[in-house]
Design a protein around this ligand. Structure first.
Ligand code: FES
Ligand SMILES: [Fe+2]
Length: 377
């Protein structure tokens, strides 16, 4: 009886301590960048939808008379009703409470019971882009109201071969929510030493079930010098399958992962020997500080057999699941103890700091200051 009591008690307190420790170390949860919100199909013409993510309450709506999509703070500038419960009329969204109407730039343009529309009445709006059938929004940490037409420092990456018709859309996988911080995707690329240990086993695609006797050997090279002064960073990985310790040279494959922004959009280009090329796009949307909605979409040459595409994408998802297993219970070390042969973890963190404008992030989150001023590596 005594043992049972001790067991339950130990488990509860361990979880609490771990959670506090984890929350303490990480930088702010919503860095600047483009985030995928939903599929374009999920928002028809004339439709408005409510969405909570990035620490914001948003209304996303599409014009009734055109395809333009707008993102705004959901709460009406008048008396705070939720605009998502209103209706879209042509090029305006109408509030359900008193019927004020707003155009996509956030301006109030009609008050049904008054000729005097307050000139300063404007909803906060955000830049939106639709790319390959997905809706993306640019989010910025804090600051004053932002305009939908503001200049943003970079765009949503496109798959050039999908634009020119050489690739076709081959699938989508909604991976659900992970209990992680968004920075882990970039840390994963910077930490090139973990590939040989965590990712050394081949698994049955889409699962974490290992294939006995079959291993993977990786060589990872993060192109940190190319990333300086840009918003993208690329990781080259070469992998080969080993069966009972013998390399199968015909399986040697090259992949490049390009991260655009703070880990919210990652494009994986994989060259499959004797088959062709596949591009997987992985997106992460923070719906809470430690909760990411993760989606995968992939594009490939038409000629690649379905089974090969299924195998390659499934392998990628299996390896990602191994990472998630680590991320969901780890802490963030702002001053990690590194060895000479670790990847360029601290250089990448300094590159990443661009997504936390210091003026707001450092005031509100003291841990960002130590993150930005990490020791030299
Ligand atoms: S609260 Fe929106 S019109 Fe009054
Ligand atoms: Fe990994």
């Amino acid at each position: 009886m005594g043992v049972g009591f001790l067991k339950r008690s130990t488990k509860r307190s361990a979880t609490t301590v771990a959670d506090e420790y984890r929350l303490d170390g990480y930088p702010p949860p919503y860095p600047d960048g483009w985030y995928r919100l939903m599929c374009s199909d999920s928002l028809r013409r004339g439709q408005a939808r409510y969405l909570e993510c990035l620490g914001r309450a948003l209304v996303l709506w599409r014009r009734e008379d055109a395809d333009d999509v707008f993102a705004m703070t959901a709460f009406c500038p008048h008396l705070g009703a939720n605009l998502a419960a209103g209706r879209v009329c042509a090029d305006r969204i109408e509030c359900p409470f008193h019927g004020w109407q707003f155009t996509g730039d956030g301006r109030a343009v009609s008050v049904p019971y008054s000729a005097h529309v307050p000139s300063g009445a404007a909803a906060e709006t955000f830049p939106v882009e639709e790319v390959h059938g997905h809706i993306f929004m640019y989010h910025r940490i804090g600051g004053p109201s932002r305009r939908a037409d503001e200049e943003v420092p970079f765009g949503v990456p496109r798959v050039a071969e999908f634009d020119d018709g050489r690739f076709v859309d081959r699938g989508h996988y909604d991976a659900g929510r992970t209990r992680t911080h968004i920075i882990e995707m970039i840390e994963n690329a910077a930490d090139t030493a973990h590939f040989g240990h965590l990712h050394r086993g081949l698994c049955v695609p889409w699962t974490k079930v290992p294939v006995p006797g079959v291993d993977l050997e990786h060589r990872a090279d993060l192109r940190i010098d190319d990333a300086v002064g840009t918003h993208t960073i690329a990781l080259d990985v070469e992998s080969v399958v080993k069966v009972l310790d013998r390399r199968l040279e015909r399986t040697r494959a090259q992949a490049r992962a390009t991260f655009t922004g703070p880990g919210s959009i990652i494009n994986f280009r994989i060259a499959v020997p004797d088959a062709g090329e596949i591009e997987i796009v992985q997106t992460q949307l923070p719906v809470a500080p430690f909760e990411q909605q993760v989606d995968f979409h992939w594009y490939a040459e038409r000629k690649i057999p379905r089974l090969v595409v299924w195998w390659v994408v499934g392998n990628w998802v299996s390896q990602w699941r191994h990472d998630v297993g680590i991320w969901e219970s780890k802490a963030f070390r702002s001053a990690p103890v590194l060895c000479r042969d670790d990847g360029p973890v601290m250089r990448v963190r300094r590159w990443y700091a661009q997504f936390f404008p210091e003026t707001t992030a450092c005031q509100n989150h003291p841990q960002t200051a130590s993150f930005v001023k990490s020791p030299e590596q």
